[in-house]
Write a protein that binds this ligand. Structure first.
Ligand code: SAM
Length: 249
């Protein structure tokens, strides 16, 4: 198996440079030598077949052998707002969302939520996105947007249709909402351009927050009789949106 590495800068003149943790992985974990093959991606959707030219401490130079756009994105562009859980659970959640193909993650500021990641914590989460993309073969990075207040987030998704007239789905997970099976059945006939999804904090959304979502046109979706942790609910909701979309293709 050829190992994958993330390039912070796209290749120039047929050459690419790995630095920091990526160079460490190549040089010290895999002990790569000149001539060894590697696969590179820079988050643009391109994938590069490359050969190691030189390894010096925490820097590696590679020659690009070929390049291609390799699309492993989900056909449904998902924007997921989550009142993130604490600690290691954040990293675990991000890894799985990358694997499922979520395009954008927005940490949500909600009334009952805990503080959202900033600074170093956000940088660590971005690193988790890169690691997960290396592993699952995604060539575009899941974007981590700045934290957003709940009212702003639901308002941003207010438009019913894109400029091209495609419908946009908006599902907020909340116990007591429309049964998931029903919500999946009401998915539009034509494949929606995108889906906006939301999952609340451990203490749940308040009545006021659900009211704001309803006024902005969000559908409240019940995920079954058991109360799920944030991570489980987020993965379940995203997977259901993917399946609902695919059943209409
Ligand atoms: N006591 C909280 C409540 O009743 O909303 C439970 C919060 S749950 C741990 C965290 C989030 O996951 C919820 O805000 C909701 O978005 C989602 N969630 C968990 N279980 C759910 C279910 N059965 N149906 C719909 N959403 C669920």
């Amino acid at each position: 198996m050829t190992h994958r590495f993330f390039l912070e800068q796209p290749p120039r003149d047929g050459r690419a440079v790995l630095a920091g943790p990526e160079a460490h992985h190549l040089a010290h974990v895999l002990r790569a030598k000149p001539g060894d093959a590697a696969l590179l991606f820079d988050g643009s959707g391109r994938e590069y077949a490359a050969k190691v030219v030189r390894v010096v401490r925490d820097r590696a130079e590679l020659e690009i052998v070929s390049e291609a756009i390799v699309d492993r994105e989900c056909p449904l562009t998902m924007t997921l707002g989550v009142a993130l859980p604490k600690g290691d659970r954040q990293r675990w959640l991000l890894e799985k969302l990358v694997e499922l193909g979520v395009a954008r993650l927005v940490p949500l500021e909600t009334e009952r939520g805990v503080a959202q990641p900033t600074g170093h914590a956000l940088a660590r989460l971005r690193r988790a996105v890169i690691e997960a993309s290396k592993q699952c073969g995604r060539n575009k990075l899941m974007e981590i947007r700045p934290a957003a207040a709940w009212s702003d987030f639901v308002g941003q998704a207010r438009m019913d249709k894109t400029e091209e007239g495609q419908p946009i789905m908006r599902w907020v997970a909340h116990p007591g909402g429309t049964q998931l099976k029903e919500a999946m059945r009401s998915w539009p006939e034509s494949m929606p351009e995108g889906a906006w999804l939301a999952v609340g904090p451990e203490g749940g959304f308040t009545g006021e927050e659900m009211g704001a979502a309803g006024r902005a046109g969000w559908q409240c979706v019940d995920l079954g009789p058991r109360i799920l942790r944030i991570e489980t609910a987020a993965l379940f909701l995203a997977a259901a949106a993917i399946v609902a979309g695919q059943c209409r293709e």
